[in-house]
Design a protein around this ligand. Sequence first.
Ligand code: HMG
Length: 391
Amino acid sequence: MLIGIDKMNFFTPNTYIDLVTLAEHRGIDPNKFTVGIGQSKMAVPTITQDTVSMGANASLPILDADDLNKIDLIVVGTETGIDESKSSASFIHQLLNIQPFAKSVEVKHACYGATAGLMMAKDYIKAHPGRKALVIGSDISRYGLNTSGEVTQGAGAVAMLISENPRILEIEDTSVSMTESIFDFWRPNYRDTAIVDGKFSNEAYVKFFTTIWEEFSTRSSYKIADFKAFCFHLPYSKMGKKALLPVLENESQEVSDLLLTNYELSTDYTRNIGNIYTGSLYLSLMSLLDSDDNTLKANDLIGFFSYGSGAVGEIFSGRLVEGYEKHLLKDEHQAMINNRYDLSIEEYEAIFTKELPKTDGIHPLSEAKYDKSHFYLSSISEHQRHYNERQ
Ligand code: HMG
């Protein structure tokens, strides 16, 4: 049975900070951000966008009535959940009006969570042919103002409908994961910004890719030259290239050029949004497919490297399905990125430091000047989050 991604979409808040503006304000050479790190713009969510609203906003455009009746499983991968107990998936289940006899769970391992969800969904569909699963990766990446990680923040969500006979990407069975308990990036429960050992995290990422690739190529018998593109988890647009370049060293110029060209296409959305943690790898896939000019064909092999600090990594492969290009939301994606509000430094810092109310009582929330999204967090009353739909 062929199983994989039948539909997919992403959402990012409609407010961002330009990174040249940020660099100049911080007294840093803008080339460090735009060339050295490879980031141009960074999504900055208002307090009315959270893991739930972003996940629901990413999912809504791809689901029809048949999907809502057939989705049995909703998995949200996130490391910025909004409750230690109740899952964001249960809120999203309600907001999207998915049939009641579904299970809704949240899974966590840093940026790896959505891949864990995807693999769970694949196994679920294998055991329940004809049914569907909704996999979401939704996060807000925060290191803090004036930190070295500041330029690698971001926010957004991806949504993927997983089914048999998928219309975009068939996911193959061989995949290799790896776990090693390290502290390259982590966030204790009492903090709302991450702690990171930046250089070590870069090294761990590359080591995970190289080690897993060796095992994956042994188990799958695939060589680098079999792939038309590799998509990476992208905390910033330069990161995947640091992992890709060493494995291209012994490849022909033609293979190397193709993989590097497609790598650049896969980074475009990240460059303009920033790190969206769990959804990042799948944002790279959407960036690649939306930007490609009809060179990728049905049955082309694409490699995927998922990495979550702490650390868990996985490499798997997928093949494009005949007619996949007809099922992409390219125009909608580009419009979303192009029609955002460009924040001033003062607005960025004010939005970044604003906190949700934590006290008893009823707290209406409004950021209507900035937040134009369909679903948004509208109030917190007696510690319960309430969401509204903009008509
Ligand atoms: P930094 O110390 O600010 O930057 O940290 P740097 O000094 O290392 O410079 C970065 C690059 O800019 C270097 O290039 C410089 O040469 C270049 P590279 O050596 O990397 O090729 N540069 C310039 N280029 C042009 N003109 C200039 C200039 N100046 C310098 N004037 C770092 C950068 C990314 C480490 C930091 O922002 C950070 O800690 N970010 C957060 C951690 C992170 O993203 N780690 C990535 C791997 S871990 C991961 O992916 C998991 C994660 O997503 C979390 C999860 O799993 O949940 C983060």
